[in-house]
Design a protein around this ligand. Structure first.
Ligand code: 13P
Ligand code: SF4
Length: 328
C-alpha cells in the first residue's frame, strides 16, 4: 500500500535467516588484509558487503577509540574522509588509507576553518565544541570534540561560566543544548541526508506501523526528533533495538544502519525512515566506498591520509580531551 500522498512503498527489512557465504572478492580482501597486516574499521552506514568484512563496525566514537588503539601496520578506514583523518590524528605512526578520498561530508564542508577562525576572533572567549564531523583544521580550532554518542556527557563537563559555540551541526547542537540546559551559539551547518527526513513522511510510516517505536539520529531536525521515541547515536540504536520489547522498529537515519541491526538482531523487523521522496535515505558519501575500491586501496596502500605534523598535534589535543572525558 502506498503511504498516503507519498508515492512509494515503505522499505521493510524482514527477519533474516542466514548470512550468504563470502564472495571471492571479499575473500581476496581478507587475504590482502592479512598480507598487509591491516585492520578494517567501518562505519555503520557502509554497504552490507563492507560491513561483513570489517574487524570493527561502529559509530564515530567507537571508531575513534579503535583507531587510537590499533596496532596493525595499516588502518583501512571505510567511512568518510573526516573519520579516516581522525584515525591518522590519533595514530600517526600507522598508514591510514580509505577506499575513496572523495568521500566527504556535507556537515564537515559547512564549517570552513577560516570562517570559524574569523568568528572566534570576532567573538573572543567562546568555548568551541566541535562535532567530530569536521576537518582536522576545524578540530585544531576547537577546545573539545564530541560525537553524537558522548556530546551530552562532554558538554556537561564544560565549566558553567564559559559560553559555548557548537560547530558545525545546528541540529545536534540544539539537541545537546536541550538535554543539558546549556545555552549555545549554534553554527548553521547540517547533514544534507538527515534533514531530508520530514514529520510528514515519518508520521505516515508510523501510521502504517503503529506498534513500531521510532528511533532517530540527533542530526535530524527538531520537529523530527520530537516525533521519536528515542534519539541517539548509531551505536546506541543497536542497544535500543535490542532492549525494546517491540518486534518492529522505524529507524530514522542512514539506511545502511539497518544491515548492522539485522545482523545483530536477526529476529526483528526494521522499517527504514522515509523522506518525502524516497522510502530510504542513503548518504551519497558513505556509499562511494565499494568492495573494489577497498581491494585497490589495500593493493596500492592509497589513497592515504597525510597531514602536516603541527596541524595534527593541534587537532589531537581536543580529541584526546574528548576520549578522556568520555570515560569519566
Ligand atoms: P554516529 O557517530 O552516530 O555513527 O554518526 C555519524 C554520522 O556521520 C551520522 O551522520
Ligand atoms: Fe556527513 Fe550526513 Fe553523510 Fe554522516 S550522513 S557522513 S553527517 S553527510
Amino acid at each position: 500500500m502506498a503511504i498516503g500522498t507519498l508515492n512509494y512503498e515503505p522499505q521493510v527489512f524482514n527477519p533474516v535467516q542466514e548470512a550468504a557465504p563470502l564472495t571471492p572478492l571479499q575473500e581476496e580482501i581478507l587475504e590482502l588484509k592479512r598480507q598487509r597486516n591491516a585492520v578494517i574499521l567501518a562505519h555503520n552506514y557502509q554497504i552490507e558487503p563492507i560491513q561483513r568484512i570489517a574487524d570493527y563496525l561502529g559509530d564515530s566514537l567507537g571508531l575513534a577509540y579503535e583507531a587510537a588503539n590499533a596496532d596493525a601496520d595499516v588502518i583501512l578506514f571505510c567511512g568518510v574522509h573526516f573519520m579516516a583523518e581522525t584515525a591518522k590524528i590519533v595514530n600517526p605512526q600507522r598508514t591510514v588509507i580509505l577506499p575513496d578520498a572523495e568521500a566527504g561530508c556535507s556537515l564537515s564542508d559547512s564549517c570552513p576553518p577560516e570562517k570559524l577562525k574569523a568568528y572566534q576572533d570576532a567573538n573572543p572567549g567562546l568555548y568551541t565544541v566541535a562535532y567530530i564531523n569536521c576537518s582536522a583544521a576545524v578540530k585544531a580550532l576547537a577546545d573539545v570534540i564530541v560525537t553524537s554518542g558522548n556530546a551530552v556527557k562532554i558538554v556537561e563537563q564544560i565549566p558553567e561560566d564559559r559560553e559555548i559555540l557548537f560547530v558545525p551541526d545546528q541540529n545536534l547542537g540544539a539537541w545537546v543544548s536541550r538535554q543539558t540546559g546549556r545555552k549555545m551559539r549554534l553554527w548553521p551547518g547540517s547533514c544534507y541526508a538527515h534533514v531530508l527526513f520530514t514529520t510528514r513522511a515519518i508520521e505516515k510510516v508510523r501510521g502504517e506501523f503503529p506498534d513500531a517505536p521510532v528511533v532517530a539520529h540527533p542530526e535530524c531536525t527538531q520537529a523530527v526528533r520530537d516525533l521519536a521515541d528515542e534519539v541517539c547515536s548509531t551505536e546506541k540504536m543497536v542497544q535500543f533495538c535490542k532492549n525494546t520489547p517491540a518486534e518492529r522498529i522505524i529507524v530514522v537515519t542512514e539506511t545502511g544502519m539497518i544491515h548492522r541491526l539485522q545482523r545483530e538482531i536477526p529476529h526483528k523487523t526494521f522499517i527504514a525512515g522515509p523522506t518525502d521522496t524516497c522510502a530510504c535515505n542513503n548518504c551519497r558519501y558513505m556509499k562511494m566506498n565499494t568492495l573494489e575500491k577497498v581491494r585497490d586501496a589495500l593493493l596500492k596502500l592509497e589513497p592515504s591520509i597525510e597531514m602536516d605534523e603541527d596541524l595534527r598535534q593541534r587537532a589531537e589535543l581536543p580529541i584526546r580531551r574528548m576520549l578522556e572525558w568520555s570515560k569519566r
